[in-house]
Design a protein around this ligand. Structure first.
Ligand code: NAP
Length: 299
């Protein structure tokens, strides 16, 4: 009999990931703080749980995908949290991007109840979550990774076991260093193209397939040209990831100059009330500096 799965956190990422678990044929319970977000999943065949504890009681494997470290702590440790429903032998898979150190402590807390934990943060954006093509970086014990594989394979295409508890979160921070520096490059490139009087569509087509090609350019380049700032990944969450990178880099004593710059640029956008826009709106911070705009529609 296949394991019963529970999913907590039906946001931009979690809603697509949970739908893919249903499509793969898993028996699925869901819980979301804002209850209305459970409706599409229930219509697709999931059962709505009353609380994270209730969900954990109904599940062998509980998957979590919420925003930040305190939010994972809330769904795990609060009065009606997972910790109060989890049983010996159960597995918790945390797909949120959170602190690697805190992840290790949470895994120890679960181990005291005889339960297991994997950190399995994801990359691939809202598109990857919806299409089941995420890259998943997994930290934890080998046997639990093997046990989790059918669940992870339902949500992702590239699944890599990178080490013990917390290692998945560390690799995710490496991923974010690459992502934000790419996003800064995208902003600088489009602003430069606009200032040089180039046709942005043609410029995009000319460079997309060459050595400068990237996921960010393919998916977010057209959004920048159209000035479509709807989030695949919100600035507020990107900022949270940069905070985690800067904290770890400070501890390690390594320079992360690009991340430091983008952290402050995103901060200026948050101050302007743009934290809910997509991370590709980073270009707006450069536009303010240059006193010009890319794209056609003036805002
Ligand atoms: P999102 O759309 O803002 O969804 C966040 C989810 O977390 C919602 O279900 C929210 O519930 C829940 N939540 C937040 N705080 C909570 C709390 N204290 N208690 C209970 N539930 C809480 O964010 P997302 O884009 O799906 O991101 C989720 C995680 O995936 C984050 O760690 C993010 O860094 C990571 N991630 C995102 C992307 C991306 O492209 N979007 C890519 C890779 C990784 P409500 O509905 O009630 O607000």
């Amino acid at each position: 009999m296949s394991e019963r799965i529970g999913f907590i956190g039906l946001g931009i990422m979690g809603s697509g990931m949970a739908q893919n678990l249903l499509k793969a044929g898993f028996e699925l319970a869901v819980w979301n703080r804002t209850a209305s977000k459970m409706e599409p999943l229930v219509e697709s065949g999931a059962t709505a749980a009353d609380s994270p504890a209730d969900l954990a009681r109904r599940s062998d494997i509980t998957v979590i995908c919420v925003s930040d470290t305190p939010d994972v702590e809330a769904v795990l440790l609060s009065e009606d949290g997972v910790m109060h429903g989890v049983g010996a032998g159960d597995l918790v898979i945390d797909c949120s991007t959170i602190s690697p150190i805190r992840t290790q402590e949470l895994a120890k807390g679960l181990a005291e109840k005889g339960a297991h934990m994997l950190d399995a943060p994801v990359s691939g954006g809202s598109e990857g979550a919806a299409q089941g093509t995420l890259s998943i970086m997994v930290g934890g014990d080998e046997d639990q990774v093997a046990r989790a594989m059918p669940v992870l394979e339902a949500m992702g295409r590239s699944i890599t076991h990178v080490g013990g508890n917390g290692a998945g979160q560390m690799v995710k921070l490496v991923n974010q260093i690459l992502v934000v520096n790419g996003m800064l490059a995208l902003g600088e490139a489009f602003l430069f193209a606009q200032a040089g009087g180039l046709d942005l569509e043609k410029t995009f087509k000319a460079v997309e397939g060459g050595a400068a090609g990237s996921w960010a350019l393919t998916y977010r380049g057209p959004q920048i040209i159209e000035r479509d700032w709807r989030p695949g990944f919100m600035i507020d969450l990107q900022q949270k990831d940069l905070r985690l990178v800067l904290e770890a880099a400070d501890e390690f004593g390594v320079p992360v100059l690009g991340c430091s710059t983008t952290f402050h640029l995103y901060r200026t956008l948050q101050s302007r009330g743009l934290g809910g826009e997509g991370n590709h709106a980073l270009i707006k911070a450069l536009e303010y500096l240059a006193d010009m705009q890319v794209g056609t529609e003036a805002e």
